[in-house]
Design a protein around this ligand. Structure first.
Ligand code: FES
Ligand code: FES
Length: 215
């Protein structure tokens, strides 16, 4: 005979198992606690669609934005999902591939690892913002085209933004240096030879045009 741990009731009354007894009393306590909480809450507070959001003023590609951002939102998600700037790509979302590279105050960053609220007061530049006002491509963009520095193109916006920063940082003075300072940008298509040639060619052009602009 199966003799499970059952609380035997008096004759004629249903038996209650120890497990059922514990579950029932625990649920009852939960309900009591919840009811107390409900009673203390003011009735029907109006929902605030920006509850928990943080006001952020940021200039993106020369255009000022006032945004209400979730504190945990990444810059990459805000650019792509909220502002429709889909040039920066989501490759790994872990800071390992460089596909999401943009500039913040002139410095390259992995936008997937950058909290958007941290760009408050900053100037962000994406691949959409580097051509001239008349539509002329940036010398680095043109060099990528001229040297066939892409295949599928998925990594290319990040490569171009990293390459521009690499030149401005003074890290494009030799092939070895370019390889080292571009090593955070992965190309699954293996277009590295073309990327190296493009940077080698665009570097002096960039330096000349930026020197002329600041003269
Ligand atoms: Fe940001 Fe890969 S998506 S580094
Ligand atoms: Fe395809 Fe780089 S061109 S991943």
């Amino acid at each position: 005979m199966n003799d499970t741990p059952t609380l035997r009731a008096a004759a004629g009354k249903p038996a209650v198992s120890r497990r059922t007894f514990m579950m029932t009393t625990a649920a009852g306590a939960g309900v009591a606690a919840t009811c107390g909480a409900v009673a203390a809450t003011p009735a029907e507070a109006p929902a605030n669609p920006h509850a928990g959001s943080q006001a952020t003023r940021v200039t993106i590609n020369g255009k000022p934005y006032e945004l209400a951002l979730e504190p945990r939102a990444s810059l990459l998600d805000v650019l792509r999902e909220q502002l429709g700037l889909t040039g920066a790509k989501k490759g790994c979302d872990h800071g390992q591939c460089g596909a999401c590279t943009v500039h913040v105050d002139g410095r390259r960053v992995a936008s997937c690892l950058t909290l958007a609220v941290k760009t408050d007061g900053c100037a962000v530049t994406t691949i959409e913002g580097i051509e001239s006002l008349d539509g002329t491509l940036h010398p680095m963009q043109q060099a990528f085209i001229d040297h066939d520095a892409l295949q599928c193109g998925y990594c290319t916006p990040g490569q171009v933004m990293a390459a521009i920063a690499c030149v401005r940082e003074g890290h494009a003075t030799s092939d070895a240096q370019i390889r080292e300072y571009m090593s955070g940008n992965i190309c699954r298509c293996g277009a590295y030879a073309g990327i190296l040639e493009a940077i080698r060619e665009a570097a002096p052009q960039m330096q000349r045009s930026e020197a002329a602009r600041h003269a």
